[in-house]
Design a binder for this molecule. Structure first.
Ligand SMILES: [Zn+2]
Length: 88
């Protein structure tokens, strides 16, 4: 799990995601399944009670607090959805 503070955190992971182009499946708002080297990983994006944006992924990298490309892929979808929600 990591806390999303600003976009620069995601730069490397986004670059990797662009190369790998994982499949992202929508599982409900803030809940995504992203394809990885060993099947699908589940990514959960949410705001905690302090208003911090937290991102959870079930892969090994994220367990260590790394920003993985699964999370970056899910976030790019999540951010778009969050925006349409706000304007709807
Ligand atoms: Zn991951």
């Amino acid at each position: 799990m990591f806390i999303l503070k600003d976009k620069t955190q995601l730069e490397k992971a986004i670059a990797k995601a662009k190369k790998i182009r994982p499949r992202v499946e929508f599982g409900g708002f803030g809940h995504y399944r992203v394809s990885g080297s060993k099947g699908f990983y589940t990514v959960i994006c949410r705001k905690d009670e302090r208003g911090l944006k937290t991102v959870d992924c079930t892969c090994k990298g994220a367990e260590k607090g790394l920003v993985c490309y699964h999370a970056a892929s899910a976030l790019s979808l999540h951010v778009g959805l969050a925006r349409t929600r706000q304007t709807a």
